[in-house]
Design a protein around this ligand. Sequence first.
Ligand SMILES: [Zn+2]
Length: 276
Amino acid sequence: MPELPEVETVKNALRPLVKSKTIRDIDIFYAPILRNKTEKAFKKILENKTIKDITRYGKYLLFNIGEYTLISHLRMEGKYYLKPLNVKKDKHDHIIFYFSDGDTLRYNDVRKFGTMDLIKTKELFLKDPLKKLGPEPFEDRCTNYYLKQKLENKKIAIKSALLDQTIICGLGNIYVNEVLFKSHIHPTTPSNELSLEELDIIIQHARETLKKAIKLGGTTIRTYHTTDGVDGKFQNELLVHGKEGDSCLVCESIIIKTKVGGRGTYLCPTCQNKKA
Ligand SMILES: [Zn+2]
């Protein structure tokens, strides 16, 4: 699944390709992708509108078309391709945007789990799906005091809390595994037992890890590709994720794999020793 750095990479690749292009027509081949509008309303709102900008929040791509913003989540396998008009439709192209200049933007999704919402731009953070999201690690409001207050009554594993997008937004399974390893914190530690100092360490590592992953184009695991087919290089930087049976680079203990909240969790039993 693409995580925040992968979505940032897609956004950076797409922006120069589609910014300032005008949508002439839209074909919808698989309507369940549209969550809050009918096909007819979706087309009516978007047709003859110009894409003013593409930004990202958490794992959502935001296409600003003025009065409305198209919020796109790629989920497991969603991809965008910019192709000339005469290129044959792929069987997994579910929505095609036709631009006035003859190019087309194709939303391709083998698994069909991706979603699109059309929300009025001035209400973007007042409505689903963005209104429930917590801050990204990069935001000034994402402090150890904020996390302490959010977690003070939560006994759930810190691993699960960091994956909860309503608490902190943009960390997926791979990056939480990496961040907890770097922070020397065991993934099953009850969230309310972490000190302000430990929460600060987590935030610093989350920022550093995501920034590095963005710089390297994200982590390409399984079949995920960015628009221009460039694979992420961050997988070369992974310290624990997917490293079951390897030696820890810090202490040479063997990395183990377990499950926390149903998610594959990799850790060093020595570096991330549970507090007594
Ligand atoms: Zn270790």
